[in-house]
Design a protein around this ligand. Structure first.
Ligand code: ZN
Length: 66
């Protein structure tokens, strides 16, 4: 049983590294299967971590809710 790395973006098995990149054994897009997935995941990351807050909510003004 060989554990084959999977692309974290699309969950597909990564393509076998070809002999031209045997110096590292991994593709330039590792751990993603392609540049597209790398950018996709990066984008997800950015949109997830840099959450753009919506319109400010008045959390201070709770008096009249009591
Ligand atoms: Zn992928």
């Amino acid at each position: 049983m060989t554990e084959h790395p999977r692309c974290p973006a699309c969950d597909r098995a990564l393509p076998e590294p070809d002999s031209s990149m045997k110096s590292s054994g991994r593709g330039p897009e590792f751990p993603f299967c392609s540049k597209r997935c790398r950018l996709l995941d990066l984008d997800k990351w950015f949109t997830g971590s840099y959450v753009i807050p919506g319109p400010p909510v008045d959390t201070v003004d709770t008096d009249d809710r009591e």
